[in-house]
Design a protein around this ligand. Structure first.
Ligand SMILES: [Cu+2]
Length: 359
């Protein structure tokens, strides 16, 4: 009963606010004229327009699973085979288990439209990430030897893209995304680890702790956006196709993303949105011969998987004075489903904060 009255109240509120529909605002001035901030390359610009942007992304990962089954660290070190077994000092099963990872990304972007039909976009990123681990003792059993944290930070890969207008009819817009990712991020980052033999060597860190892909990647995509009255919606398909193999003899799995969102504009300066995003990535092809550790992150087969995220977001746009055309946005997402090529850590949350300014 209470739920029903809440539903009615929401309905009445939405109906009243719809009377103040902002149909007359041009899309570039609408808060929902941009997609939720976690979506890249969602909008184009008018001829001669520039935009600068900054995004901060914080992704947290925790605990492990294989497929959709959760695994404890003890299960991993007693059941999951170590692919390097047979090489000197290598135990038959994994002995080191990651338990937590936090990734901070700072993304600096610029957009420019040389003509109405094309917008070009550049993005550089700075990455900082930390991973916590438990090391189990010796060759077998579940005795814990200790814990350690590895860290890497620096420049990530750099992206150059073009957005090409396909359709612009009434409020419906469709454009192509065509981008290239340049391998500016390091793939040879090192840090100190704790081995099952209680040594503390400094070694090359496993794949998820590296800062870039090491390959030139194609970023093809297609984006649709529309709005009517106070409602907005859109969708995007986006790929990441690795071109060849990197200098360390592997290529990360290709990525395929699909997302769709719906938004509601409460006032000319604020809109909120809900978004679903699916993310699929393949395993690593090849292997870096210097990464040979009894830990899941060092196994090229234990990478990638499929995830469905749900997120809530707020877009704000300044209307007057010095805040005019400045946008602030926040998006918070959590996985609704994840099926991993595991054992692998699960994503727990993903937060994106952003500022954008067009002139
Ligand atoms: Cu822009």
């Amino acid at each position: 009963m209470r739920k029903l009255s809440l539903l009615y109240a929401t309905f009445i509120f939405i109906s009243i606010s719809s009377i103040y529909a902002q149909e007359d605002l041009p899309p570039t001035a609408r808060p929902d004229g941009h997609a939720p901030i976690g979506v890249m390359g969602d909008h184009m610009h008018k001829k001669g327009e520039f935009m600068l942007s900054y995004r901060y992304m914080n992704m947290k990962m925790e605990d492990n699973r294989d497929g959709t089954d959760d695994l404890t660290p003890e299960t991993i070190v007693t059941t999951v085979p170590n692919r390097f077994f047979g090489m000197p000092m290598q135990p038959p099963t994994l002995r080191v288990v990651p338990t937590e990872m936090t990734m901070h990304m700072h993304m600096f972007g610029a957009m420019y439209a040389p003509a109405d039909w094309i917008t070009v976009m550049a993005m550089i990123m700075v990455v900082n990430q930390e991973m916590s681990h438990i090391t189990f003792q010796g060759g077998m059993g579940t005795n814990q030897l200790g814990t350690f944290v590895t860290e890497s930070s620096g420049l990530g890969d750099t992206r150059l893209s073009a957005l090409v207008k396909l359709v612009s009819s009434g409020n419906h817009k469709l454009h192509l995304n065509a981008g290239i990712s340049f391998p500016t991020g390091s793939i040879t980052e090192q840090d100190e680890i704790l081995t099952p033999m209680e040594m503390r060597p400094t070694v090359r860190m496993p794949y998820p702790m590296q800062l870039g892909s090491g390959t030139f990647d194609l970023l093809p995509g297609i984006t649709y956006t529309s709005h009517s009255g106070n409602l907005g919606w859109g969708g995007q398909l986006l790929g990441n196709v690795r071109l060849g193999e990197n200098d360390e003899e592997y290529s990360l799995g290709n990525i395929f993303q699909v997302t769709a969102w719906g938004s509601y504009m409460w006032a000319p300066w604020i809109s909120t949105a809900m978004r679903l995003a699916s993310f699929s990535q393949g395993e690593i092809d090849g292997i870096d011969p210097t990464i040979t550790l009894p830990v899941q992150t060092a196994d090229p087969d234990f990478q990638g998987g499929t995830r469905l995220d749900g997120s809530l977001s707020v877009n704000l746009i300044g209307q007057k004075g010095f805040i005019r055309n400045h946008r602030l946005a926040i998006e918070y997402g959590v996985p609704l489903m994840q099926d991993l090529n595991g054992p692998q850590m699960k994503v727990k949350s993903n937060l994106v904060l952003g500022w954008q300014y067009a002139f």
